[in-house]
Design a protein around this ligand. Structure first.
Ligand code: HEM
Length: 420
């Protein structure tokens, strides 16, 4: 069965799991079980754990676990190389999301290697360019202000549900052309897919997302609008309309990639701000440096990873990798590489500018990166204008979710009521 001429059904790419499935070419001394994304040490304080990887692990090691064994790359330079050389490190089969092999589709653009990849990005990139997202500034600012107006006088909130989640998710739904009243349901599905360690729960979430997206695409085909789903559904690069599977794989990936990442980032940053009120004062005092401030916060609190499949045998740092092996660029660890970012856990708004890996680099660099930066900037401005001083609610328990997008589950905050 062909998906379409450009992308036939891929051969099954092995997803080796556990100690019994370590390939013979992996040397014993490079095998570890780090517990990255799921283990108790990681979940106690994920970013400290990932910074500590430079002390506790070799620069490249083979991580064995019950989900998917893979080489882990933690050096900034190694990740730059891997992410910029798709001819060695392919994206085909690199995502962890389950699919029905009898109704296979690609996640677009993330699973497509060049040269086909560009045709898809060209459809949506203009909307997400720095100039494109600036058109959304008023909408984002208005939404942030309205949310804050709803709870600022209460003296407390749970940050995730009051602000961190509704702000980016509601903007995303507007961009896509999806209804606001489905917001919480979408988030529930995305969280189950991205954070469940139970494959059956992931598959169930995937089923719900698939059914909803199929119906949304049919509706946009019949009634075009200005949203991204409609744009993709009606796209005809080089005069040829995308196939149904291409449209579906594209829309569903945006849904997965765009819902969870921004609020995880905001949660991490607001937790840190709540614990460091002097840094709120510093941000307020430096309004002209906000772009550098946002960049440093994204380095310090990056939330996700880049997985790839080795496309041809190669060696890195003397480590032999073979075609079909999996790698993960541990982007937060790369952002803590002390050779590139001295004193890496320190939030230093005056660091010399270096390439940060929060949004990855290379052909698959995040399509939503400029939007995310703008949302973070506006969120800081609007929040600190109204609530310059806040702290963690006494007794609050901070719990991190396992999975591929790193952030605390909830961040309960309190602040003094404004005097009347
Ligand atoms: C702070 C928020 C965000 C972070 C940290 C983030 C991070 C990333 C990373 C690391 C990748 C590369 C994954 C890989 O190499 O395997 C990526 C890709 C992508 N992201 Fe984001 N993302 C964010 C927000 C968004 C938003 C809001 C959207 C959509 C509106 C989005 C859409 C995408 C898409 C479509 C790709 C695939 C790009 C391609 O394959 O060409 N992201 N993102």
């Amino acid at each position: 069965m062909a998906i379409d001429a450009a992308h036939p059904v891929p051969p099954a790419i092995a997803r080796p799991r556990g100690k019994d499935q370590v390939p013979a070419h992996v040397p014993e001394e490079l095998i570890r079980s780090s517990g990255l994304t799921t283990g108790p040490q990681f979940l106690a304080s994920p970013h400290d754990f990932m910074a500590g990887m430079h002390r506790d692990y070799p620069p490249i090691f083979y991580d064995v676990n019950e989900f998917c064994n893979a080489w882990q790359l933690i050096k900034h330079a190694d990740a730059l190389f891997a992410l910029r050389h798709w001819e060695f490190f392919s994206n085909e089969g690199a995502t962890p999301f389950p699919r029905d092999p009898h109704d296979y589709f690609y996640f677009i653009p993330i699973e497509i290697d060049p040269p086909h990849h560009r045709k898809y990005r060209n459809i949506v990139d203009p909307l997400f360019s720095p100039q494109g997202v600036l058109k959304l500034e008023g909408l984002i600012r208005g939404r942030a202000a309205a949310l804050l107006d709803g709870f600022a006088s209460r003296g407390e909130c749970e940050f995730t549900t009051a602000f961190g989640r509704p702000l980016p998710v509601s903007i995303f739904l507007d961009i896509m052309g999806l209804p606001q009243d489905m917001r919480d349901t979408f988030v529930q599905w995305a969280v189950a897919l991205l954070h469940s360690t139970d494959r059956a729960a992931m598959a169930q979430a995937m089923k719900s997302i698939v059914a909803y997206i199929k119906q949304a695409i049919a509706e946009k085909k019949a009634h075009p609008d200005a949203g991204v789903i409609s744009r993709i559904a009606h796209a005809a690069p080089d005069g040829t309309p995308l196939s149904d599977k291409e449209v579906f794989g594209f829309v569903i990936f945006l849904f997965i990639g765009g819902l969870d990442t921004v609020f995880a980032t905001l949660n991490n940053i607001w937790l840190w701000l709540a614990r460091n009120p002097d840094r709120c004062r510093e941000i307020i005092a430096r309004p002209d440096d906000l772009d550098d401030i946002v960049e440093e916060l994204l380095r310090r609190w990056s939330v996700t990873f880049s997985g790839r499949v080795v496309a041809q045998d190669l060696q890195m740092r003397g480590v032999k990798m073979k075609k079909g092996d999996r790698i993960t660029c541990v982007l937060p660890a790369c952002n803590f590489d002390p050779e590139v970012f001295p004193d890496p856990l320190e939030v230093n708004f005056d660091r010399p500018r270096k390439t940060i890996l929060a949004f990855t680099v290379g052909v698959h660099s995040c399509m939503g990166g400029h939007l995310a930066r703008l949302e973070l900037k506006i969120a800081l401005q609007e929040w600190l204008k109204r609530l310059p001083e806040f702290c963690l609610k006494p007794g609050a328990q901070i719990v991190y979710r396992p999975g591929g997008v790193v952030g605390p589950e909830s961040v309960p905050l309190v602040w003094a009521q404004p005097r009347r």
